[in-house]
Design a protein around this ligand. Structure first.
Ligand code: GLC
Length: 566
């Protein structure tokens, strides 16, 4: 088994160039600015940056409406600046993955302009058309409440076109082999410029059958294998991280039974149940979600996240569960979005309570997968609910107490920096937190460092251990003759728990705390008794700190027997 796949045990960080750092003073973040901030990211310990779309775009959906797949939006810089940036990342040992947004283009894309101009256009079939308004035009909207339809009549074309998302995002006809070939070309292009892979946007829609007569779209999973084959041929260690908010039953379709499709997927299922656990202090549905998403090929990995640039989608919870989360984290209508989620940032959702933030982060770092941090969450940034829809959580990075939080010298930043209330940049910024040894930033840096030293999470097999208290989640990972164990108290009250590590003999008798001197010895019945303060989290190594000396070169199960061929 190869154990150096970089995405299996990394820490990812997602950001958008336009709101990170503006070096040329026009109010918009750019690649030059980002390049200057790479030392910050390296210091944080992240291993890969996921960049949101930066290609030329009318910017009606924050760049997810691309007008040219082979360029850099001039506001962010040039292709030259981009290559300087990927080079800078490589120099510091960080990878770059970029968004691959190929379910749709912008309606300003030259392909669409050409396609709509005539039925004979060579690009006509690159999109999805109908002569009459399709019967299902009022169904399948991704942004209910904002988006009215999935089909719109185009005057110039004299026909209706399909758009899963907003009407300015016409869907590409992804079944068309020419479109498929173009997608590969796009991937090949950016690989050549130094990226290590893609966060693939809206994957279930990309691979679904599309058309006026399609009532129930069918996912063409084989397409995923073609993408992977191409990528692996061009660059062996590049990956695709799929955005696919799907049911656990279909996970293996996306990963491929032989691990021959997507390398990574975001674990939306666990994400929603994790927020439910934080809201209800009941870990049982989360434990179920972990179990349901357990099957995956050895080379595949989950992307584990708390918040991202979209709304916190709670659509997979039961109505009662969803209401608990709304009640706790997004009571006002203004905090909710698209009838299914919450648009706030993490820190305000958790009441700015450091104990709850650490608990949430500790969970993100210790649940099975590779953690993905949203920029600004490492300093506990807030949101601006006066901004429309998802924009509230896309405000500029807060670097310092300089004007506009040190993001720009321009008087007119592309998005207003948060300058009021407890999350205003005068209180919450990276410069201040750098100087404070107990800041969120320095805590995040330490937890990231520790996370990287626990490859058992990325590689090992996990077990949820019964603690007989739903508020407490106990998990053990085993990998290569070593075990680690994590305990989280979701409750606002202290708890006392007792549990057995569950390893044969006396192997589980000593738990060495990785974050403090508070170790635990089992009693004569082999049980650990822990007093947990409110929102406590504990990271333990089972046994001692001689684990690196004990680590085997091959995969063994908890009893030391070989579990995989080497
Ligand atoms: C994905 C993105 C979202 C975007 C949409 C359309 O869901 O995460 O931000 O609006 O795709 O491309």
């Amino acid at each position: 088994m190869i154990d150096d796949l970089w995405y299996k045990n990394g820490v990812f960080y997602c950001l958008s160039v336009g709101t990170y750092m503006d070096a040329n003073g026009d109010g918009v973040g750019d690649f030059k600015g980002l390049l200057r901030r790479l030392d910050y990211l390296q210091g944080l310990g992240i291993t890969a940056i996921w960049l949101m779309p930066f290609q030329p775009s009318p910017g009606k959906d924050d760049g997810y409406d691309i007008a040219d797949y082979y360029g850099v939006d001039p506001r962010y810089g040039s292709l030259g600046d981009f290559v300087e940036f990927t080079h800078g990342c490589r120099q510091r040992g960080m990878r770059v993955i970029i968004d691959l947004v190929v379910n749709h283009t912008s309606d300003a894309h030259p392909w669409f302009c050409d396609a709509r101009s005539s039925p004979d256009s060579q690009y006509r079939d690159w999109y999805v058309w109908a002569d009459k308004k399709p019967a299902n035009a009022g169904k399948g909207m991704v942004f209910p409440g904002v988006q009215k339809s999935t089909w719109t009549r185009d005057k110039e074309a004299g026909a209706w076109y399909f758009h899963r998302f907003y009407d300015f995002q016409p869907d590409l006809n992804t079944s068309n082999p020419h479109v498929q070939a173009e997608i590969l070309k796009i991937m090949g292009f950016w690989i050549q410029l130094g990226v290590s892979g893609f966060r693939m946007d809206a994957v279930p829609f990309v691979i679904a059958t599309k058309g006026a007569k399609v009532r129930n779209p069918i996912e063409q999973y084989d397409m995923l294998r073609s993408l992977r084959e191409f990528l692996q041929w061009r660059q062996g260690n590049a990956i695709i991280l799929a955005e696919a908010n799907v049911l656990p039953e279909t996970d293996m379709e996306y990963f491929g039974d032989d691990g021959d499709r997507m390398h990574m997927m975001f674990n939306f299922h666990v994400n929603q149940h994790l927020f439910y656990a934080l809201a209800s202090a009941d870990s049982r549905p989360l434990a179920k979600a972990l179990q349901a998403t357990k099957p995956r090929p050895a080379t595949a990995q989950w992307g584990l996240f708390l918040r991202n640039h979209d709304e916190l989608d709670l659509g997979r919870l039961t109505k009662a569960q969803r209401n608990v989360v709304f009640e706790k984290f997004g009571r006002d209508k203004n905090m909710q979005l698209y009838d299914r989620g919450i648009r706030r940032r993490l820190a305000p959702m958790l009441g700015g309570d450091r104990r709850r933030l650490e608990l949430a982060y500790s969970l993100m770092c210790t649940l099975p997968g590779t953690p993905v941090i949203r920029y600004g969450d490492e300093i506990g940034m807030g949101d601006d609910l006066d901004l429309p829809e998802r924009n509230c959580a896309r405000t500029p990075m807060q670097w310092s107490t300089e004007p506009h939080a040190g993001f720009t010298e321009s008087d007119r930043p592309c998005a207003p920096v948060i300058d009021k209330g407890p999350y205003g940049y005068e209180h919450v910024n990276a410069a201040k937190q750098r100087r404070d040894p107990n800041s969120m930033l320095n805590w995040t840096e330490r937890i990231v460092r520790m996370r990287k030293e626990v490859p058992e999470i990325g590689w090992g097999d996990f077990k949820v251990i019964a603690a007989r208290d739903p508020a407490v989640l106990v998990m053990r990972y085993d990998w290569r003759n070593n075990s680690v164990l994590f305990v989280h108290n979701l409750d606002e009250k202290p708890r006392e728990v007792s549990f057995a590590v569950g390893l044969p003999g006396d192997a589980g008798n000593l738990l060495v705390n990785l974050l403090s001197e508070d170790h635990s010895k089992a009693n004569e019945r082999g049980k650990h008794m822990l007093m947990l303060e409110a929102y406590a989290y504990r990271w333990y190594r089972v046994g001692g700190l001689d684990y690196l000396l004990k680590r085997s070169d091959i995969d063994t199960d908890a009893t030391g027997k070989t579990s995989h061929p080497a």
